[in-house]
Structures are given as C-alpha cells and as structure tokens.
Design a binder for this molecule. Structure first.
Ligand code: ACM
Length: 540
C-alpha cells in the first residue's frame, strides 16, 4: 500500500512539476544519514514568509517547534502554524500511528504545493523534520528557500544510536551540553551517554552525600600536555551540575527524542568518591584526592571496598541518579577496576571467604549484582562497560563493547544484548590524521574513513543473533579537550560518519558519496555555529 502510494505521488509530481520549473536545475539532495529510499522528482517547493505549517493532534508539538525554531535561527524566517487546511504553500506534519512500524520511521514527500511529513510514531515525525532541514539550501541568503521535489521513505537500521560525553576530565556549561544534544538529534541519534563521575571529579549534585560535591568535585591541579605530561598547572579545577540543571537537560533532550543515559563509574575510577568518603575504599585511613593526571587505572587508582556501608552508599547515589534521569538505561561503569587493592586488603579477603569467592573477579561481579538490583527495582536496565561480560554479570545487563568489537559476538552468544562502541572505530578523541597538530590521544589515529567503514554486526553471528546488537555509540573522552570548540572539532565530522553507520542500510552506505554529501554538511555545521575539523572540506 505504502509503495503504491509512493508510485502515485511520483507520477503526480512529475506531471505537476514539469512546467513549473522550466528546466531549472536543483542541487541533488545531500542527506546524512542516508535514508532507506530517495526518489527525486521534477519540481520544487519554495519556503517563503507566507508558508504555513499545518499540524494538529497529539505528539506533533515537539516537531513543529523544532522546525520553526530551526528555520527562524538559521534563515531568519518565522513560519506560522495553522490547524486549518491550506491549499498550497503548506508544510503538513502528521502522525499516523502504525504499530508495525519501526520506532523512528517516517515518509516525506515534497511537491510544488505541499510538503508532507508522516511519522509512523512521534519520533518518526521528528526525524522527518530532520530530513526536511537537510533539504533546505545550505548557503541561501534569500528569503525564498527552494526545496527539490522528492519522495523519501526511511527508518533506522539500529534502535540504539548514541553519543557519549565525558564531563569529568573537563566540564562544560549546560548551554554546550544542550548544543551537543542538538548535534545528536540533527544526526537522528537518540541516546546521550553522560559520563558524570570518574577519578578526576564527581559532577552530579548529591543531597544524600554532599561531600561528593565539596571534596569530590574539585581537583587541585591538572597535568600539562600529553600524559605523563610536563608538570601540573597548580590551578583548582572542577564543578558539578545541580539537580535542576540536570533536569533541564533531560527536558531539553526529551523534546528531541534523545534519552539521557547517566553514568556513575564504579567500583574502579572512584578516586573522587574516596576523596569525599575514604571509608568506602580499601585504604580508609589514607587521604585520597581527585586525580590531577590522566591514565589513572590498574595500579594507581584505589577502588571501592565490598562493605555494607559502601553498598548502602551506592544504593543512595544510584537512587538519586534515577530520581533525576527517567530513561530506561542507567550506566554503572565497571571498567578498568584494579584488583590488586582487593588482593592486598584483609577486609576484602575476609568478605570473599564469607561469600565463597575464590578470585577478585567475583568481587567485581558482586558489585554489578548489587547495583543491578537497585536499578532493576525501579524498572530500569543497567548498562556497563564490557568488563561486565568477563565477570559474569546478570544477563539482563547490557555491555557497551569498547575494547574489541569482536567480543560483541561472544557477549551475544553468552546471552547479552550489546551496544557497540569499540575504541578503534568509535572513540572520537583519537587524532583524525597522522599529522594532526592539536593535542589528542596520541596512541590512536581514527580517520573518518575508518569510522565510516565500521560494521556493527560481527561476521560470525547467525541471523537470529544479529538482533541482539542493539546499536552503537560514539565516545568523547575529554582529557585533551578543555573547551566546547575543541569538542566540536573532534566530533564533527566523524559523528556524521557514525550516524550513517548506525542509521543507514548497509547497502546504502558509500564512502565516496558520503564525502560528497559532507561538503554540504560542512555548510550546515556553519549554520549551526559549530567549530568542526575541516580536513575533508574541499576547495570550492
Ligand atoms: C573506557 O574507555 N575505559 C571505557
């Protein structure tokens, strides 16, 4: 039925459009991520100050507001919304709920008189708006915005399409967090993984444990240069987000169909906790401070000790986290915990004996199990870095595979659903080419070609196992990124490449075509006021 309607529309537009454009050439549409099907037809629609947006019914407001704001901010046009039928010069936004449709599915048709975006669910309508935005001219100073007549059917390939941001090594203003969420939405991604705690700082307000903010949120100094560095800057650094600010971010994200996935990273990466509450660690009498350097794991970072007071603390702070963040996923960290501290701590050894544990991996598994209980009690799903699969975590936890994409297959075969974020392809803090001048992670080079070439489904998965790969995520660790401009530089344009990896059909992905489309995307970044990396921008 859908296909028949599309054919009809195509024929109709060809007939209607031919005379109206008199051979005028329109640039080919440059849509990122590439939709499922795109059919260019003859004709054009012109958005001008008289164009109205027609939308009514439940669930349309977010999309209408987003479109109006975008056109106003980027083109200075303020379009009226009308609930009445208009014969022409009208953009129709509608939701036709279809239970069989994938979340995010939509169709879009542009004819000389009308643009119609049909979402088969609420987020689908929003993604249709994102596509329409990309059909607008990128370098128009005119108040008449010509849009190519076109018919598009589209839906995402993967259900989890995320971007992460570390706000511990460097913290960023709420206004930038919102801008980052806009980048996520503009790329039809739907999860924002907010890395809120680590060795160098605790970044969420805690009413139950205020010392986390007083002592855990500030470090005395920061290393200068690439690790191990050339010294420290002797400047106090830190801060945290208030509950009100975090709620504001959740509300902002929700209007863009982005779910915030907050992370408290334990039982390793806990120096900021131990600076505030040393009694939760394996060396309660030793003074610990938030780390002032990077690469703190294995031998250097003390870890949480398996004691009832510690588990009570974790229950409190994870409950506080869930009070603020309503999304279904809660990230509990679980990466890079140094077992040597548990090995040398008599109380941990005693705990292991009492619980019939023979090695320290079981202590880590016990931490996961306890936090999983707290999270599950409130109907949420616990995520963890992929160390959880080494430690036999509960099977309804979801690992984010970061060390090696190949272990995703093992995790699936062990019975987990999986999110792919392997550092080789998805860590966007790596340098972008060999002669990169700016300071980045020196160990790795992740070109845009490499990012684009990543395939989320490992080769050795059977058909029925493939659906256990929920999707993927780009990660942005911020040791060497101290400002919003530097974050922009590192995520754009590689995030655009990832958006095709997460959204587009495999057979629709084409690196050369993507690089051509990127030339328009650079102009869009300019419209967004983004400070992107322009290595791939061609001379015009
Ligand atoms: C990680 O990069 N330690 C998850």
């Amino acid at each position: 039925m859908k296909r028949f309607r599309m054919m009809l529309l195509t024929i109709l537009f060809c007939v209607m459009g031919t005379n109206m454009i008199m051979g005028q050439q329109m640039p080919a549409p440059q849509i990122i991520p590439e939709p499922v099907s795109v059919q260019v037809v003859i004709g054009k629609f012109t958005v001008n100050p008289e164009t109205v947006i027609r939308a009514s019914g439940a669930g349309v407001d977010n999309s209408v507001n987003y479109l109006r704001e975008y056109i106003s901010n980027c083109y200075g046009l303020s379009l009226e919304q009308s609930k009445k039928k208009a014969k022409a010069n009208c953009i129709v936004l509608e939701i036709k709920k279809d239970k069989k449709a994938v979340e995010g599915a939509y169709s879009l048709s542009v004819s000389p008189h009308t643009i119609t975006i049909t979402g088969y669910n609420e987020s689908g309508l929003f993604y249709g708006v994102q596509t329409l935005i990309q059909l607008l001219p990128v370098d128009s100073k005119d108040k008449n915005l010509n849009i190519q007549a076109i018919v598009i059917e589209d839906e995402p390939r993967f259900e989890y399409r995320g971007m992460h941001l570390d706000v511990v090594r460097h913290i960023f203003p709420i206004e930038y967090i919102k801008k980052y969420i806009d980048y996520i939405a503009l790329h039809k991604m739907n999860y924002f993984h907010w890395h809120l705690t680590d060795d160098q700082g605790w970044r969420m307000e805690s009413k139950s444990h205020p010392r986390l903010n007083e002592y855990g949120a500030y470090r005395e100094s920061t290393i200068i240069g690439v690790f191990p560095g050339t010294g420290v800057d002797h400047t106090r650094y830190g801060g945290y987000y208030t509950i009100e600010e975090m709620k504001e971010v959740v509300e902002y994200a929700t209007k863009r169909y982005v779910t915030v996935v907050p992370e408290i990273d334990v039982p390793g990466h806990s120096m900021a906790i131990l600076a505030a509450y040393p009694e939760f660690g394996t060396e309660p009498d030793k003074e610990t401070k938030p780390a002032t350097t990077w690469n703190i794991y294995n031998r250097q970072n003390n870890v949480l000790a398996p004691r009832e007071e510690t588990f009570q603390f974790l229950e409190d702070v994870f409950n506080e986290l869930m009070d603020v963040f309503p999304g279904k996923y809660i990230h509990i960290g679980a990466d890079e915990c140094a077992f040597m501290w548990w090995k040398q701590d008599p109380l941990t050894q005693q705990f292991m004996k009492e619980h019939n544990m023979t090695d320290e991996a079981q202590v880590q598994a016990y931490f996961s199990k306890r936090i999983h209980e707290t999270v599950s009690k409130r109907g949420r799903v616990a995520l963890g870095w992929d160390e959880i699969i080494d430690h036999d975590a509960p099977k309804d936890m979801i690992p984010l595979v970061w060390r090696d994409a190949r272990s995703a297959a093992k995790a699936v075969k062990d019975g987990y659903y999986v999110i792919q974020t392997p550092m080789k392809y998805c860590y966007l803090n790596a340098k972008q080419r060999e002669d990169e001048k700016d300071i980045t992670y020196p160990m790795a080079m992740t070109s845009i070609d490499k990012v684009y070439g990543f395939e989320l489904i490992p080769e050795n998965l059977a058909e029925d196992e493939q659906s256990r790969i929920l999707g993927g995520q780009g990660c942005m660790w911020t040791e060497y990124y101290e400002s919003p401009e530097r974050i922009d530089y590192s995520v754009l344009p590689r995030m655009s490449a990832l958006s095709e990896v997460f959204w587009s059909r495999k057979e629709n992905r084409d690196l050369e075509k993507f690089k051509v489309k990127l030339q328009s995307q650079f102009l869009r970044y300019d419209l967004w006021g983004a400070h992107y990396c322009d290595f791939e921008r061609r001379a015009r």
